[in-house]
Design a protein around this ligand. Structure first.
Ligand SMILES: [Fe+2]
Length: 226
């Protein structure tokens, strides 16, 4: 079975569509959170996840946009930043979708048990098998599972880390944007084929760096002089 693992979509529909097209033969798709913020099309991204029934967990940026929306959004003036922009675009139905996202999801394929959640203690990573086991037990995941994999998002740093022969955690990298130190000009994601993780990087015409996204925002929504 081929699993497609994506994360940190950040309202970037074009990047998500490029990856879904490139991996059209994937049997299942999973998303490790941060659906919205930092991009221009939160509605388009949410609609793809809903239409394709892609299981997804809640990210910290999703929480932020929900909070902002609930506090009330002024749609009469241009947005100052991406959070305001995204909150202005979202309607009650899509906010309800975000609010319903779980913190954690568990599933099994090809003899591997998976625990998917957006982040592990801020920007920390799982450094040891005992940290792994404690986190696994805390999430009430099957203690008898023979092969265990924790899927994390948040850092945008693509990685597979084996802590023992039967325990690894992975981060698929970000669909939306890469960290400044990442030289790759494209979208990162992972597949897991018959239980084995594979790294992927995809260059495509719609990809933009985060500075380019910021520049485009400033052009679209010039701020009034103070
Ligand atoms: Fe993120």
């Amino acid at each position: 079975m081929k699993l497609l693992i994506v994360s940190d979509l950040h309202s970037n529909r074009e990047n998500l569509e490029a990856v879904l097209d490139a991996e059209a033969d994937a049997d299942r798709v999973y998303c490790a959170g941060d659906v919205v913020d930092v991009g221009f099309d939160p509605c388009g991204v949410i609609d793809i996840l809903r239409e394709r029934s892609i299981p997804c967990v809640m990210g910290n940026h999703d929480e932020k946009i929900i909070r902002l929306w609930q506090e009330g959004v002024d749609r009469q003036r241009p947005p100052k930043n991406f959070p305001e922009h995204n909150a202005q675009l979202l309607d009650a139905e899509r906010i309800a979708y975000l609010r319903a996202l779980p913190d954690r999801l568990t599933f099994s394929h090809d003899g591997v048990s998976y625990l998917m959640t957006h982040l592990y203690e801020g920007y920390e990573v799982l450094r040891s098998d005992y940290d792994f086991d404690a986190f696994w037990a805390d999430a009430a995941v099957d203690p008898e599972a023979s092969h265990r994999c924790i899927i994390l998002g948040h850092t945008h740093h693509q990685a597979v880390t084996w802590l023992a022969a039967d325990r690894c955690w992975i981060n698929p990298g970000s669909i939306g944007y890469n960290r400044p130190q990442d030289p790759f000009p494209g979208t990162r994601y992972m597949t897991i084929v018959d239980g084995t993780p594979h790294f992927h990087r995809l260059e495509h015409p719609a990809w933009r760096s985060r500075p380019a996204l910021r520049e485009e925002f400033a052009q679209r929504y010039p701020q009034p002089a103070k």
